[in-house]
Design a protein around this ligand. Sequence first.
Ligand code: NDP
Length: 292
Amino acid sequence: MSAQIIDGKAFAAKVRGQVAEHVTALKAEHGITPGLAVVLVGEDPASQVYVRSKGKMTNEVGMKSVEHKLDENTSEADLLAVIDQLNKDASIHGILVQLPLPKHLDEDLVINSIDPAKDVDGFHISNVGLLGTGQKSMVPCTPLGCLMMLRDHHGSLSGMNAVVIGRSNIVGKPMAQLLLGDSCTVTIAHSRTKDLPEVVGRADIVVAAVGRPEMVPGDWIKKGATVIDVGINRIERDGKNKLVGDVDFASCSEVAGAITPVPGGVGPMTIACLLANTVTACCRANGLAEPE
Ligand code: NDP
């Protein structure tokens, strides 16, 4: 293996440490405790795991954590009423509705009912528009975590060729906006892209957010490129359950200059950025200087 491993787990621990310091200062100097509310509808096992670990880490950094667990059959009106109550609650600075929602609920309507200033996931249409026009916004946590790791590794990203594979609203598109904001030349690839290996082969930075286990092989990667693997795929191999990314780690790490592992790369950074966004939202709500 020649690639440097970008240790998302260690980086995330550092970010959470900084968040905890800000929380301590907000309490001591201003008597304010940042609060994060997570709303979970239904019994999706993966969502339950995410919500549990978000609550645990929110408490660990000293913030107030509130969980609203609603029945699978909750009506849209009841869910919107919960969000309305959280929007009005001055002790809550961040609201996250765990996705996916059960089919009978309109995800766009629900997300857009969150106060944009408390939308710590950055999915509200106002935040999407602000990010797209380079204005101050709430930035989606997963792409923000990827950007932080890239900046940490490279310093400036200016002029680099970046290829984002995937064009979802939660990862691919905001990732491309962030890289553009850092002056990369950005290509967004997707399922209709022609000659994906050739497109990926031009990239100094590859961000894979596809949801297909080990889809990107090492021979697509330009020597020395940085590979950020967003994918989280559960597969069975040799009779065991395994978590793998969207890139084939074994072959890509032979060619890449740096690579994030799965697990231990992008995943831990996502929750760390959620906590950081909550502190940012809290500072903005109280007219205080934001953490950098
Ligand atoms: P989506 O399913 O919403 O989007 C997948 C994207 O991949 C689509 O744009 C799709 O193209 C594209 N795609 C599918 N097949 C191909 C192909 N053969 N070649 C090129 N592009 C293809 O997924 P998400 O963006 O929500 O998530 C992507 C991955 O990231 C998943 O594994 C998910 O689990 C993981 N994830 C990880 C997070 C973390 O914290 N680490 C957070 C969020 C997601 P098209 O639009 O044309 O259909």
